[in-house]
Design a protein around this ligand. Sequence first.
Ligand SMILES: [Zn+2]
Length: 291
Amino acid sequence: MNRAEAFFRNVTARGELGHAYLVEAESDEAALQTARLAAQLAQCETGTACGTCRSCRAFLSGNHPDIITLTRVKDQYGVGEVRDQLVEDIQIRPYSFSRKVYILPEAQRMGVPAQNAILKTLEEPPEYGLILLATSNRNALLPTVLSRLVMLNADEEAGEEEEAAEAYKAGQERFLEILGRAEYAGTSEWAALADNLKKDGLPAEEALNIFEKSLRDLYLAKGGANKDFFFPQLAEKTKGRAAYLPDEAIAELWEALAAAKARVKSNGNPSVVLELLGLTTRRILTEYKEN
Ligand SMILES: [Zn+2]
């Protein structure tokens, strides 16, 4: 199994599939094959690309109404072609499945105008949208396009099937460890966390999702919940914080998260983003504790 496939299987299993990916391989066929598998996984009723559910059968017979493979007439994609088949089409809700998935083969055959035409869609796809670019040459793509995509390699073998899952787990544990002592953790620790997450192969967006889940736990705890936490290992800590943090403090934490997400989206340095988030979190947690 290649790294891209392992990644897609893992995020699908966790229900954390994002919206825009670039699948890269030496050959266009290999990149496309993995992009197609990702599309199948995203729509499969069991999330496993089972091959037997209604969605998989439709896809394998080439008749899936909500998996669209872009085509082009000439050597290069025309602006009109990407506009009709992707930019405008994606605004129409899925026909009969939960998502609407777009596969763009040989993405390097988009010239600058076509790339610019899809920029906004890549940045703000509808909630149900999933865009999969396949390419054998990412260098042909503009930095502005690349910055909006999670890039995955379909040539390198995932050492083991679970490799990506293990890396994710390791990344999550690193993050939770810092969150557990967010009242004390210094900025350099948050910066080091960012570096480690990068080594784990955890994109900054996904790291921030962990933070978001911890905020949801905080809400749950504030409502008196004692179970169903995303992170039961932090339950005591979370309940302790919920006991003294007023609603406005939690609102401030959400704002800090939203700001961090916006910075990541506009290609901010993940170390700086996490440092700032850590600093703000510590300030909020300690400020209200003192009052
Ligand atoms: Zn299926």
